[in-house]
Design a protein around this ligand. Structure first.
Ligand code: PXP
Length: 261
């Protein structure tokens, strides 16, 4: 575990290893191994490992999930679609948490948050089946207060706020647009915490965009994947994760007026 101040709310880093598997699968075979990346992430200061078992198995495989569960010491955040197949795998694997995400076959990555409002008829039952197995349930949602209210009503333990629109705005460089997306995230984080939900965030975060999100005191976990794995080509995985960890700690310390650990 990373060293952190005893009074500042600690911000965990979940390292998403999906794209180690993407590179492996480009050639078949077993190299590079996402489970080895999970071990390295552990040594580098990650607080959790995230993996998304997609319906089409384009990156993480069923065997990767089984190996992660038997080999890693950090909690596994298992990202999955709301389907019967994934429910069976989750109940069998018993990860620390399941993060429910929308999934469309043709998408390059998860494009939007789960539309919890439109799933009010079936989501509470799905959530309670996962929770009854002792697994925490997280819902990946857009920073929208109605979705957050619906997430609490569905019985979720956690909401993970979708930071993709903020990261896209940061790439475009329009300051008013960037600020509007930051404000939405901040309001949503406050609403989620007030509703008694644990607040996570993620998608598209980089060294350049992490500060604003890490500074929001209600957020206790960031899940970051694509940038870390891509940047590791240039800087190595250990040092890339270490740098992200340090940037998160610095942002959190600045926001709470404390010296960085
Ligand atoms: N959170 C969720 C729910 C995701 O689906 C993803 C992408 O798999 C991430 C976080 C991490 O996003 P990125 O790979 O862009 O850092």
């Amino acid at each position: 575990m990373s060293a952190h101040s005893s009074t500042a709310p600690f911000l965990r880093l979940g390292v998403n290893i999906d794209h180690v598997a993407t590179i492996r699968n480009a050639r078949g075979g077993s190299h590079p191994d996402p489970v080895r990346a999970a071990h390295l992430a552990t040594e580098a200061g990650a607080d959790g490992i995230t993996a998304h078992l997609r319906e089409d198995r384009r990156h993480i495989s069923d065997d990767d999930i089984a190996r992660l569960m038997s080999e890693i010491t950090l909690p596994l955040n298992f990202e999955m679609a709301v389907t019967g197949e994934m429910l069976d795998i989750a109940l069998k694997s018993k990860p620390n948490a399941c993060c429910l995400v929308p999934e469309r076959r043709q998408e390059l990555t998860t494009e939007g948050g789960l539309d919890v409002l439109s799933m009010a008829d079936r989501l509470p039952d799905f959530v309670s089946r996962v929770k009854d197995a002792g697994i925490r349930v997280s819902l990946f949602v857009d920073p929208d207060e109605k979705q957050i209210e619906a997430s609490a009503a569905a019985g979720a333990d956690i909401v993970e706020l979708h930071t993709g629109p903020y990261c896209h705005a940061a790439l475009d460089g329009n300051q008013a647009h960037i600020q509007a997306e930051i404000d939405k995230l901040a309001r949503s984080a406050q609403a989620a915490a007030s509703a008694g939900l644990e607040v996570h965030a993620g998608h598209g975060l980089t060294f350049d965009t992490v500060h604003a999100v890490a500074a929001m005191p209600e957020i206790v976990e960031l899940n970051i994947g694509h940038f870390l794995i891509g940047e590791a080509i240039f800087g190595g995985l250990h040092s890339t994760i270490g740098r992200m960890r340090a940037l998160m700690d610095k942002a959190r310390a600045a926001a709470t007026g404390q010296a960085s650990a």
